[in-house]
Every structure is written in C-alpha cells, then in structure tokens.
Design a protein around this ligand. Structure first.
Ligand code: 6R9
Length: 598
C-alpha cells in the first residue's frame, strides 16, 4: 500500500483551516507528520511506481512518461511550454513518449551505448526536456548544463564526464562549443536544435536526425543502481565534482513531489529553476511528470510581470522557486501584484538559499499564503527537509526531515567519526543517515572526495545548522567557501583559475559578498604581476575576461586590487580573511597566516 494514506488528525485539520482561509485545496498528502513518518518505508514508495514491463528494472523516463499511457493519461498535458516571444507548445504524455522515443532511437542510430554521456546545453526549450528523458530511455547518462555557462565551465565538465554527444543550438554552438572541439576529442556528436549557421565535425540537425526517427522505442533492461544523471557541483578547491545519480532516484522524486510539494493529479505545477541546476531536473522535469502532473515550462528569465502573468494565465496551483525571486518580487512591492488573479495558487515553496522570515511573511501578505522553504543539495538528489502544506511554517526555518529521511546535527571527531549533538539550538554540521534512493552514488572519478563526505553511516552535508526542540531545522551557513548567488552554487576556485589565466594576474581570491537580493555576489580580489598597474581600465578588462571565459552565471561582479593576498603557510589563499576584511568583521584565528597584503 502507498503510505500517504490520509491520516486525519484533529490538530492537523485545525492547522489547515488556519492556513487557508477561503482557499480550495485537496487534502495534503502529508497530513499527520509523525504518523506518516512512522509508517513510511522506501519499499512502499517504490511500490507506487510501475517498473519496466516484464521485470526489466527501473528507468526514470519510463516512470515519468511512458507508464502514464497505461494509466489513462495519454491525452493529458505533460509539458506546457511558454516561449520568450509568447509562442506556446503543449506536449501531452503520448506526444512526450513519442518524442523521447525518437530521440532515444536517434542516439542508438549514432551508436551511443548504455552509460555514455550526453550533455544538453540550451535554454529551456521543449527539446531540452525531450533530450533529457530520451537519453534516459536510451540508458545514456545525462548532464543538463546551464546555457549561461561560458566555454570554460563547459569544457571542464565535458572533460570530467567524457561527454560523447551534446545537444545544443547553432548559436550556442558557435559562441561556446566550436572553439573547444580540439580540447574535447572524445566529443563526437553534436545535435543542433533550430535554425542558424553552424558547422563542425559530427554536427547534425535535430530535424534531420530526431524528427524522422521512429516514435517507438523499447527501453532496455535498466538496473535501478545504474547511472542516470550526472550533475556538477562545486567545492572549495579543485575541479567541479560530477555527482552521480542513479535511476532509483525516481523513487525519491516521486515521494518528495507528493510530500514536500504536495503534488496532486490535477495540479498545474511550475518549477522556475533551469535544468542546468539540479532543482530544474529533479523538480522541473522528473517529480511532476512521475506524479502525472502538468508542468509549466517558461523559457524567459525572471521578470515579475511575466511571472505574475504566468501564475494567473496558466492557473498555476503549485509553485517552486528560489528565495532570490521572492526577494525581487518583494522589492517591487505588493502593488505590482494588484489586478492579477492568483486565486488558483495554493502552495508556494522555495529552495537553494536561506529564505528570510520577512520573505515568508511577505508571501502571506502579498499572495495570501506563506512561502514554504525546503532544503537539499545536488548530492542529495531530492528534497530532504521541508515545510509542509499541512504544518505551521516557522518563518526562517527549513522545516523538518522528509519521511524516510533521518537528519541530525553532528560534530566530526578527531578519530574521523562523528558524534550526534542532541541539545536543541546547538550549532553543528547537518548530516543525513545513509542511504536513501536519490543519494549520490559517487563523484565521478573522485573516490577520495566522495569518501570524505561520509562517516559512521552519515552523509555530511558541509552545511552548518541547528535543530530546535520541536525538530525544525535552521540554516546557519556553509562550512566551506562555496558561494551561493541567486540560488546558484559557484566554486571560488573555478573563478580564481579563470582570472589567473589573464596575463596581468599574479594571484586571485574569490568570495561571496552578502547581498540583500541575490544572497551573495561573486567578488574577486586580485594581485597583479610586476609591470601592471591597478586602474579602472584593467578592472573592466578583467571583468570582461572573466565573463567571456566563465559566462554571466559564474563571473565575478566586482574586482578589487590588492598588493598581495593573505596566504596560509601551506600557500592557500585565505578567502575567509578576505571576506572578514571586506565586511569589517573580526579576523579570527590568524595563526596559519603566512604572507599578507599589508
Ligand atoms: C537544491 C540546491 C546546495 C546548497 C546547500 C545550502 C544551500 C539549499 C537551502 C540552502 C539555506 C535552504 N541551500 N537550500 N540554504 N536554506 N532552504 O540548491 O542544490 O545547488 O547543490 O546547493 O544550497 O548551502 O548545501 P545545490
């Protein structure tokens, strides 16, 4: 039996009434937190899925698309796409099944085999969604990349992943990929979506290759533990890490879609995240589809008026976005919302960065419903801690662990283990008991880095947090130097390396500088080589250089010059000290400081 049986407790109903004056909504899947948690078993969540016909294993694309044809949803809209210029395209589940099968057939015709890596680099076009799901049908491993990445982040990720094929547009190919072909000899195939000039080895057109392919494809046997998605994330040092996710992750996508986002069959769901970041894949593609829900895809970037029009026009019922977007809307004020009929909206959630209590409360005032924060990471594959539809929201808290997930606040011990901190509101590292279906299974080719994330049966998240006496978790900060800007994770090392490529730069240190709207902006400190003088022209040149190499999503917004950068005795740049000085905060322990800017 599926476990989300509606356990009606009097207390939960009271909460529900308090939260929803006058709004129609279905009974939340997770009505009684403790009871559902106690009864929950991952095996039951797995049993809500179909599995491949004939006992052929578990494949994300089958669960998200094909199986719905057997459950009376063939004609139901799966993806409703709204283009930048107002164009619209609807794909029902039957059409999505056919298109993804064409793409899988095209991959097979090119000779791509199980486990080989397919990159998708494009804006939020329908073909992006078809490629990701089609590649999963072909049992290839998919990496969606953010289209605002510059050539450098693309090349590094394609090298680590050993990408064999890229699906992109002619414009992006010319601007970003063309110049990388020599550096990426293993990249043999390029499929171009749409019109435009572009040529190169192995370059083919979607319309010649995918459109004529057969719409019938039988998914081969797929082990639940076989690799499905590779999502890159950044650490403090070194290359970006490819977090390996397997087909079994779909069990968590399905369950968390129901419990944390409260998805019901007749919902119109809108996840604003780009699939280049894991939220846009786990919840912008898989979770709604696996639950048979209609998903709205908006190609345009954030603009409050456009977004309000989408919420109104599409009658969006469940909305999943990022705190930065909420803060941008807050800045415009509730007046900007006037005149829009947002009465269909019944649940709003956010992830990716701290959601300040003011934003939660503003949601209540402006939209008539609070924003529900939740927490997870690329490594966890799905939502792990959340504020639920039927539970009171504690503004500023990330909520409580999902059914099936055990969280704790821990301290690392000198012996390499961990000890659980039981006292409420004590700061420590947030840890999750292993395993769960969407847990990453590795960092590709980086066994050691992967191993370091685990101790004594816990996955250590690298985030600092506290738990209160009622079991709600509160985010404190990150334990490392990684930057979160507008919900996007940025590795300082990647930015520093790009700056160091410029002939004028001797050293670079990069920090996240707090910002009231986007959380943090990327700021670089640069020491110049002899013969170069700091000045406005050079600053602009360096900003331009970084933007060209890294793309707008990753490049620094500010650069300051320093004579030297503070380093430890082992030669590492002390970003923490750069940050403390930038913010006028205490400099902390300086015992390892070797050289200094002063
Ligand atoms: C899904 C995603 C993960 C990091 C995570 C933490 C931060 C995520 C948060 C949050 C405060 C929340 N983060 N949710 N911080 N409150 N509700 O964002 O994955 O890009 O890998 O980032 O984002 O620091 O460790 P990813």
């Amino acid at each position: 039996m599926p476990v989300d049986a509606d356990v009606l407790s009097a207390a939960a109903v009271r909460t529900r009434i308090r939260k929803d004056p006058g709004r129609l909504r279905p009974v939340p899947h997770l009505l009684d937190y403790e009871a559902t948690r106690a009864a929950f078993r991952w095996e039951d969540a797995r049993a809500t899925l179909d599995g491949l016909p004939g006992g052929g294993g578990l494949n994300i694309a089958h669960e998200a698309v094909d199986r719905h044809l057997l459950h009376g949803r063939a004609g139901k809209t799966a993806i409703r796409w709204i283009g930048k210029d107002g164009a619209r395209r609807e794909l029902n589940f039957a059409q999505l099944a056919a298109e993804t099968s064409r793409f899988a057939n095209a991959l097979q015709a090119l000779g791509l085999r199980q486990g080989e890596r397919v990159f998708v680099l494009m804006g939020r076009l329908p073909e992006l969604y078809v490629s990701v799901l089609g590649a999963l049908k072909a049992r290839c491993v998919v990496t969606p990349l953010f289209s605002a990445f510059g050539p450098e982040p693309i090349a590094t990720r394609a090298e680590v992943a050993d990408a064999r094929l890229v699906v992109t547009t002619p414009e992006l190919y010319q601007r970003k990929l063309h110049g990388l072909r020599e550096r990426l000899p293993r990249l043999q195939h390029v499929i171009l979506v749409g019109e435009g000039e572009a040529e190169g080895p192995g370059v083919r057109r979607w319309k010649d290759l995918v459109d004529p392919a057969s719409p019938v494809f039988t998914i081969g046997r797929t082990e639940p533990q076989s690799m499905a998605l590779l999502h890159f994330t950044s650490g403090t040092t070194g290359r970006p890490k490819g977090a390996v996710h397997v087909h079994e992750a779909v069990v968590a996508h399905a369950a968390t879609g129901r419990y944390a986002l409260d998805l019901h069959d007749d919902d119109i769901f809108w996840c604003t995240a780009d699939p280049g970041w894991i939220t846009g894949t786990s919840y912008g593609i898989v979770a709604p589809l696996v639950n048979g829900v209609t998903s709205v895809v908006v190609e345009a970037e954030f603009d409050a008026q456009t977004w309000y029009s989408v919420l109104e026009g599409e009658r969006v019922t469940v909305w999943y976005t990022a705190p930065t977007a909420f803060r941008m809307m807050m800045k415009l004020g509730a007046e900007a919302l006037r005149g829009y009929d947002l009465s269909a909206l019944r649940f709003a959630a956010s992830v990716g960065e701290p959601l300040n209590p003011e934003a939660v409360l503003w949601g209540g005032e402006a939209f008539g419903l609070p924003f529900h924060d939740n927490w997870w990471q690329t490594e966890t594959g799905g939502i792990m801690i959340a504020n639920y539809a039927a539970m009171d929201v504690k503004p500023g808290s990330m909520g409580k662990p999902l059914p099936g997930i055990t969280a704790a606040i821990v301290r690392r011990t000198p012996a390499g283990g961990v000890e659980v901190v039981d006292t409420p509101m004590t700061e420590g590292e947030l840890a999750l008991r292993t395993p769960w279906p969407s847990m990453m299974r590795g960092y590709l080719h980086e066994e050691e880095r992967y191993r370091k994330c685990f101790a004594d049966g816990w996955y250590l998240t690298g985030d600092l947090a506290q738990r209160d006496e009622e079991g709600y978790y509160w985010f404190v900060g990150r334990a490392d130097d990684v930057i979160k800007s507008a919900g996007h994770l940025i590795g300082p090392f990647e930015v520093e390396s790009a700056l160091m490529e410029h002939p004028a730069v001797a050293e670079a240190g990069v920090i996240g500088k707090p910002d009231p709207v986007v959380g943090e902006v990327v700021k670089a400190f640069v020491a110049l080589k002899p013969g170069y003088e700091p000045g406005e022209a050079l600053r602009r040149e360096l900003l331009g250089h970084a933007r060209k190499r890294l793309g707008a999503a990753v490049a620094p917004k500010e650069i300051d010059f320093r004579a030297n950068l503070p380093r430890t005795r082992s030669g590492k740049i002390m970003r923490r000290l750069l940050k403390a000085r930038e913010l006028g905060l205490p400099e902390g322990d300086l015992s390892t400081l070797e050289s200094d800017e002063k």
